[in-house]
Write a protein that binds this ligand. Structure first.
Ligand SMILES: [Zn+2]
Length: 103
């Protein structure tokens, strides 16, 4: 999975095309991501107790991972990622293919 929790992504298809948001969670099994403030839907919650009012809450709906791209804060654009391996620490870091900034 190229996208991690906490990343900023841009939506590249659908009605929210072009919008950006922070990733709240990634579902690897279902190939979906949850983006803060995007792809919202209104959920009506029923009153649990008598005398309590039902509420309408707005929640983000998961989007398919293929509909989002990582957003480069340097280019201010959705970008492809290149992986760079650090030989000393054996860690992989992600780089923007356009400007080589680490994301
Ligand atoms: Zn970039």
């Amino acid at each position: 999975m190229k996208i991690h929790k906490g990343d900023t992504v841009q939506i590249i298809s659908g009605k929210d095309n072009g919008k950006t948001g922070k990733v709240l969670g990634v579902n690897v099994r279902e190939n979906t991501v949850l983006i803060e403030g995007q792809n919202l839907f209104k959920k009506h919650s029923r009153p649990k107790k008598q005398g309590e009012k039902g509420q309408i809450i707005t929640l983000p709906r998961p989007l398919y991972i293929s509909k989002v791209m990582l957003f480069c804060p340097n280019c201010k654009k959705a970008t492809r990622i290149a992986y760079k391996v650090n030989e000393q620490s054996k860690t992989k870091s992600r780089q923007c293919k356009k400007c080589n900034t680490e994301i």
